[in-house]
Design a protein around this ligand. Structure first.
Ligand SMILES: C[S@@+](CC[C@H](N)C(=O)[O-])C[C@H]1O[C@@H](n2cnc3c(N)ncnc32)[C@H](O)[C@@H]1O
Length: 463
């Protein structure tokens, strides 16, 4: 039987009641059972909506006017919130953001993993959910009068928004970007233009150590030369006496990738330091380092609690990056093996182990799904395995090797509840039980959620 036609038409203006939220934070309202997804709509609200896209089974709308507002609606503090694609939830109270993330995890476990019985704790939030990011990479553009401007791209475009501040960035990052922009304008340094592939300064990247207060600034140019280089360095140092590292990175390609291969140190070292808990990290311009150290500490503490180490265990940390979780685990384990596919990250991991005088960790470069079966075939039998994969989750071969190795506990750190739920189902079918899941809000004001799960071998644990 042919499906009935959608009950709305493109460009039609309707009144809509929102019942739910999508994972991206869009409001969901229904017209005769036909769902419409509308950015900035909140459950419990009524709004005037323009239908902008109609598909067979669902459509999209644009919020024109809120007719009945939810108590959870708040005024977004950022002036460019509606243009910029960086944040999605500033119109929602922080309590509602945390609840939305909790529900997102619970729903995924139920719908994808059939794990409705698993206890999902309330999301661990921040006391102050603003100014948490320790790293900014911001494109540079030029105004009509030749003055440089810096700002993120408008949603779904490469048009730079002229902005002075980003409210989720550390204030020092904002001030450094503003300082470079002002000095570079005065020194006649031009902005790179993507379309014509002309000009110099492409991006300004700033990293700050939250605990150490170290600052690194990276000037990314298309050209090999950076005119007035000495003046630029002196003026940045005058404005920021505690800047530890000024770097020139050259990226002459027509590409969306921000950093190029060639890097020159203009002042100081090629790295800065930061601390998470008692562990010190050396961070170079290209190293992956968690952007919210306050919440990272909470996430890693929970991972460590779920690993439940008593100093005699052998542990594997798969997808280990620069070894940050590995070093946390090594504080309490007998031996930790880390595996990571990016060779530079493994180099950093080894340096970080040395820096913290930890000798009970070994890092390997390779695909975790290749190295784990190899370890299994070599007879390695860890007590605990920690995985922290990218959004696509764990590879099947890795899950299979993990089950064969029969660790007593698995700790799964995930940035994507859907792939987490899929992989937990495989582990459940392979003889493991998911005990609990703890969501942690690493990215307030955005729709992303991170969580850490404790999984135990069924004979060893309770169900
Ligand atoms: C979410 S990050 C976790 C990093 C680290 N655990 C941390 O907390 O900083 C995922 C890591 O997995 C790495 N990766 C991606 N695919 C991989 C694979 N097939 N094998 C091993 N590592 C991989 C990425 O390079 C990245 O460093």
């Amino acid at each position: 039987m042919a499906k009935p036609k959608p009950p709305v038409q493109k460009n039609e203006t309707i009144e809509l009641a929102f019942e739910d939220l999508t994972h991206e934070g869009n409001g969901v309202g229904k017209v005769n059972g036909y769902p419409l997804f509308v950015p900035y709509g909140l459950p419990g609200e009524k709004a005037k909506v323009k239908v902008v896209k109609v598909k067979k089974n669902f459509g999209f709308g644009k919020l024109l006017e809120v007719l009945e507002a939810s108590e959870e609606r708040v005024e977004p503090p950022c002036d460019v919130y509606l243009q910029c694609g960086g944040c999605q939830l500033q119109h929602m109270s922080y309590a509602m953001q945390l609840e939305m993330k909790h529900k997102q995890v619970k729903d995924a476990l139920k719908k994808i993993g059939h794990l409705e019985h698993v206890s999902v704790h309330d999301t661990i939030g921040m006391d102050d959910p603003w100014r948490y990011r320790n790293k900014v990479q911001i494109p540079v553009g030029e105004k009509e009068d030749g003055e440089l401007m810096t700002g993120f791209y408008q949603k779904r475009s490469h048009k730079i928004i002229d902005m002075d501040t980003c409210l989720i960035q550390d204030e020092r990052n904002d001030r450094m970007v503003e300082t470079v922009r002002r000095i570079a304008t005065r020194l006649g340094i031009s902005a790179y233009d993507e379309e014509s592939h002309r000009g110099m300064l492409r991006h300004v990247m700033v990293r700050t150590g939250q605990a150490t207060k170290d600052i690194m600034v990276v000037l990314v140019t298309k050209t090999k030369q950076l005119p007035e280089q000495d003046k630029l360095i002196d003026e940045i140092r005058d404005a920021f006496p505690n800047v530890k590292s000024i770097i020139h990175n050259i990226n002459s390609g027509r590409t969306n990738v921000i950093l190029g291969k060639e890097t020159k140190v203009l002042f100081g070292d090629e790295y800065i330091y930061d601390m998470i808990g008692d562990i010190k990290f050396m961070i170079s311009p290209k190293s992956f380092y968690q952007v919210n150290p306050t919440q990272t500490k909470k996430l890693y503490d929970q991972a460590l609690a779920y690993a439940d180490l008593r100093s005699g265990e052998t542990v594997i940390d798969a997808y280990c990056g620069i070894g940050s979780i590995s070093l946390f685990l090594a504080q309490e384990a007998k031996k930790v093996y880390g595996v990571e596919v990016v060779p530079e990250a493994v180099t950093d991991a080894k340096k970080n182990a040395k820096l913290n005088r930890m000798e009970n960790v070994e890092f390997y470069v390779g695909q975790a799904e290749e190295i784990m079966p190899w370890w299994r075939n070599q007879g390695l039998r860890p007590d605990v395995i920690v995985v922290d994969p990218p959004r696509k989750g764990c590879d099947e071969k890795l899950l299979e090797a993990m089950i064969d190795m029969e660790p007593e506990r698995i700790v799964y750190v995930s940035c994507n509840p859907s792939t987490l739920a899929r992989d937990l189902r495989v582990l459940e079918d392979g003889g493991y039980a998911t005990q609990e899941v703890q969501p942690v809000d690493m990215f307030p004001q955005t729709s992303h959620v991170e969580c850490v799960s404790q999984i135990v071998l069924k004979e060893a644990g309770t169900q």
